[in-house]
Design a binder for this molecule. Structure first.
Ligand code: FMN
Length: 338
């Protein structure tokens, strides 16, 4: 052994002694069997993932966030660069402003950064879909998706958020009716998502019966848009309405509900893609839930990506690398407990 290596080994042994008493771990993540005997360290890539006719290098989705506000354009560009570099997928934030003018088009125009290989989905609220149905103008959504060169569109279903928003929209028809009209009258790939409350058993079951390109949980347990709106509302509204913020379904519960619905529907099921999102804190949550669910699934994060993008493009890059490395090591060493 050369002198340099001997010195490193010596300093390592000293740190081991010094750090021992700081390194007593009592918490256990008991969702997994840890299997150190079965694999070497990961050296290659993970299996690519098919998503709506495109291929992703990793099962990681940047959930719909922003556009049309200060900072939004730059955040979107930083996120798109990371998505393109690592072969992920991305949803735009609500593109409602694009229906009225092109003022903010650049904020949303991410295809030139993303390139043609990775999936990109536009986004619109179900309240706007309802308004366009009334006007007989659903075609405008097809035009918008075409102009963005997106692979399809998210319809976000957010009745609680709208209810708690001071200037919120009211739904006059059920979101199911609006989604069905979209499916009948457009040829768009449609993914239905919530915004932080998730979907219950009956809603999920109805969604899985539709020929959707996907269902994005946007489950309870992370960013919650009802809570955000209450922060924007009066103190009184906040006090009166806040119990509803705590209603909803976690991503883990929704995976269990999905498995039940998939069993029950059998060949009646028309949708075969899920984005598991809402409160996904790290790659282990993503790995656990995508392994546990019985349909093809990737995992999505919003606030975690936002935080990383706000810090710096370099940190965002390291954040994505961390997710990927984490998934690789989890894949090699962990099996989930069923
Ligand atoms: C700043 C911000 C803006 C968002 N805007 C939208 C939006 O325009 N449309 C939408 O469908 N969801 C929107 N979301 C919700 C996210 O897509 C996601 O469903 C939700 O934040 C839960 O994910 P998380 O717990 O990983 O943050 C937004 C989230 C954040 C943090």
């Amino acid at each position: 052994m050369n002198t340099e290596k001997t010195e490193v080994a010596e300093s390592r042994k000293t740190s081991h002694i010094e750090l021992t008493f700081k390194s007593q771990v009592e918490k256990l993540d008991d969702r997994f069997y840890y299997e150190p005997m079965l694999s070497g360290h990961p050296s290659g890539e993970l299996e690519p993932v098919d998503f709506c006719g495109k291929q992703m290098a990793y099962p990681i989705w940047v959930s719909s966030m922003t556009g049309g506000a200060d900072l939004a354009g730059q955040i979107n560009k930083n996120l798109a660069e990371a998505v393109a570099k690592y072969g992920l997928g991305m949803g735009l934030g609500s593109c409602r402003q694009l229906l009225d003018s092109d003022k903010f088009f650049d904020d949303f125009n991410l295809r030139p950064i993303l390139g043609s290989q990775v999936p990109l989905f536009a986004n619109i609220g179900i309240a706007q879909v309802e308004q366009l149905i009334k006007l007989g103008e659903l075609k405008r959504l097809e035009d918008m998706v075409g102009k963005l060169d997106a692979d399809g569109i998210f319809l976000h279903v957010n009745p609680l958020q709208e209810w708690m928003q001071p200037e919120g929209d009211i739904y006059h028809i059920s979101p199911l009716e609006a989604v069905n009209q979209m499916l009948e009258e457009t040829s768009l790939n449609i993914i239905v998502k919530e915004v932080g409350q998730g979907f219950g058993y009956e809603s999920l079951k109805e969604l899985f019966k539709l020929p959707l390109a996907g269902i994005d949980f946007a489950a309870h347990g992370g960013t919650n848009f009802s809570q955000i709106e209450l922060h924007r509302n009066t103190e009184e509204a906040n006090e009166l309405m806040s119990p509803m913020v705590f209603v909803g379904h976690t991503a883990n519960e929704m995976v269990e509900l999905t498995n039940r619905v998939v069993d029950e529907l059998g060949s009646q099921r028309m949708c075969n893609q899920v984005i598991i999102s809402g409160g996904i804190k790290n790659y282990l949550d993503g790995y656990y839930l995508t392994e546990k669910i019985n349909v093809p699934a990737i995992y999505g994060q919003a606030s975690k990506f936002l935080k990383a993008a706000l810090e710096s493009p370099e940190y965002l890059d390291r954040y994505v690398q961390g997710q990927i490395e984490g998934l690789k090591i989890a894949n090699a060493l962990l099996r989930i407990k069923r």
